[in-house]
Design a protein around this ligand. Structure first.
Ligand SMILES: Cc1cc2nc3c(=O)[nH]c(=O)nc-3n(C[C@H](O)[C@H](O)[C@H](O)COP(=O)(O)OP(=O)(O)OC[C@H]3O[C@@H](n4cnc5c(N)ncnc54)[C@H](O)[C@@H]3O)c2cc1C
Length: 481
């Protein structure tokens, strides 16, 4: 089902350029439109409103649920972009009315204030104010998500409704009072945008809901693998096609009567595509995962996927450094199981770090894999270990250097999955050992943010470049009119 709305697979730079070029289209349509002459600031205000409206609509496809977009960049990067873009959209929407009143305010501040109050209170501008308010609340509730006393599902529903309100009210505002958008080609363009947003929402919540029911999976078994960690064996139900995926990808999973996309949760596939069905390794972390160990055999499961690019196919390499922290071992076990199944001959070094030795999952299988692959295993526990092949403490610079011995930094890829702080620390240490940034790939299990690696900061700088280009585009529009 992720193949629906499949676009050509593009890299980050191409997607960024496509994003910017697409933003030019409504402005070009506006330029072709005849409108009463305005001050340069007012042209800039109009351009900011147009770009913000277009950008809000695009947020629906950068939400991590379209594999054509997130599959190329990885869920980490696309979510970072989605969050940053939301901030510049709020800024553009705030500046939109302010830039309209700026020329008046410069001549007569009192009159400027009266004009701004008029924009904010007059019924004809109400949908614009609602759009700005909805986007503001959406961004605030996202920034404060971890501190809100809401279940994740309630936050997700609110996020969707606020996003829809922001874009639909924004569209109404453009049609009702827009200087360029009220009629002509741009009005038709906004009609297409409205249709596209509704189709995206229908695909995400209607089509996918239908498929989750039409193609059910079945829980074959639940096995305890470590402290509060379970392995689920899930098989396709009657008439459900097998999933075509690469080891390391993830799926969105729901169960029983809750098979509605709003209730699904992402889990990495801890399995090899050569085996029928799917295995998921799930750690208890909250309402949904706490009851995973009690799910009865035969329970109907909803699977949507595969997603992500945390795979060897997306990151070809001559040698591999795999690093898993806690339940972050799930996709790495999938990759390793697949390497065993394919009799992969490449050198692999695997570091598996946990807090306490009872948190290690699938240890026997990992030890057995050293007999079948060119694999060196590093088991690290922060608490004193309980087996001779385990090490005490965290992954340090010295340990990483030791692991890297004999591996060519240029052609070795590192795949890291684990808690945010560990991912950041390890990825930064790897850069210090001389590994190029392009060879360090990671996936975090939490979108909330927190500590940021050198790589995260480099990405943010590239993404801020897109925001700066928008500023240039708005200035160019205002000056060229
Ligand atoms: C790409 C990816 C792959 C993952 N793979 C695994 C895995 O293989 N094994 C595993 O145990 N965990 C995995 N997780 C984490 C797992 O999705 C969360 O632990 C789980 O959704 C928590 O749900 P809950 O209701 O039990 O806990 P809650 O208390 O509801 O949530 C705890 C935290 O989990 C995150 N979360 C909750 N629901 C969702 C959701 N629907 N979408 C995104 N994030 C959510 C939020 O940050 C939340 O603060 C993965 C996460 C991501 C993003």
């Amino acid at each position: 089902m992720h193949n629906l709305l499949q676009l050509p697979r593009l890299n980050g730079a191409a997607l960024g350029s496509a994003y910017l070029l697409a933003a030019l289209l409504p402005l070009l349509l506006a330029r072709a439109q005849s409108a009463a002459p305005m001050d340069r600031w007012e042209y800039a205000a109009a351009a900011m409103g147009i770009i913000a409206l277009w950008g809000m609509a695009v947020q629906f496809v950068t939400s991590g649920r379209f594999e054509a977009v997130s599959g190329r960049l990885g869920i980490d990067k696309i979510m970072a972009f989605h969050k940053l873009a939301a901030l510049w959209l709020v800024l553009a929407l705030l500046l939109h009315p302010l830039a309209y009143v700026l020329p008046t305010s410069l001549d007569d501040p009192d009159l400027g204030w009266i004009r701004l109050q008029f924009y904010l209170t007059d019924p004809s501008y109400r949908t614009g104010v609602i759009s700005l308010g909805a986007l503001g609340v959406l961004v605030a509730t996202s920034l404060l998500r971890d501190r809100l006393p809401w279940p994740y599902e309630a936050w997700r529903a609110a996020h969707l409704l606020l996003g829809l309100s922001a874009v639909l009210c924004g569209l109404h505002h453009a049609w009702a009072v827009g200087r360029f958008s009220a009629e002509g080609a741009l009005a038709w363009f906004w009609a297409l945008v409205a249709l596209a947003v509704l189709i995206v929402v229908l695909v995400l919540y209607g089509w996918r809901w239908w498929l989750l029911h039409r193609r059910p999976w079945r829980l074959e078994s639940v096995t305890k693998r470590a402290d509060r960690m379970w392995e689920l064996d899930i098989q396709p139900g009657p008439g459900t096609p097998a999933l075509t995926y690469h080891a390391g990808q993830f799926v969105w999973m729901t169960e029983g009567a809750r098979r509605f996309p709003l209730f699904d949760h992402p889990f990495s596939i801890a399995d090899s595509p050569s085996r029928e069905g799917l295995s998921l390794l799930i750690k208890e972390a909250g309402d949904f995962t706490n009851q995973i160990g009690n799910l009865p055999e035969g329970r109907v499961i909803g699977i949507d996927g595969p997603y992500g690019e945390f795979t060897l196919e997306a990151h070809p390499a001559e040698a591999l450094l795999l690093i898993g922290g806690g339940v972050g071992i799930a996709p790495i076990i999938g990759i390793l199981r697949d390497m065993v199944a394919r009799r992969d001959t490449r050198p692999v070094r695997l570091a598996y770090a946990v807090g306490q030795p009872q948190n290690f999952a699938c240890l026997d299988e990992l030890r057995a894999a050293t007999e079948k692959l060119d694999l060196q295993l590093w088991l690290l526990s922060e608490d004193p270990p309980d087996a001779p092949d385990m090490m005490h403490g965290r992954l340090t610079h010295a340990r990483l250097t030791e692991m890297m011995k004999g591996l060519p930094p240029d052609t070795t890829k590192t795949l890291i999955c684990g808690p945010g702080p560990m991912v950041v620390a390890v990825s930064d240490m790897l850069l210090e050992t001389g590994m190029p940034m392009r060879n360090v790939v990671y996936e975090r299990f939490d979108y909330a943010g927190g500590a940021r690696s050198h790589q995260d900061r480099a990405r943010t700088r590239q993404m801020l470049g897109i925001g700066a280009m928008f500023l240039l585009i708005v200035t160019g529009f205002a000056l060229s009119m």
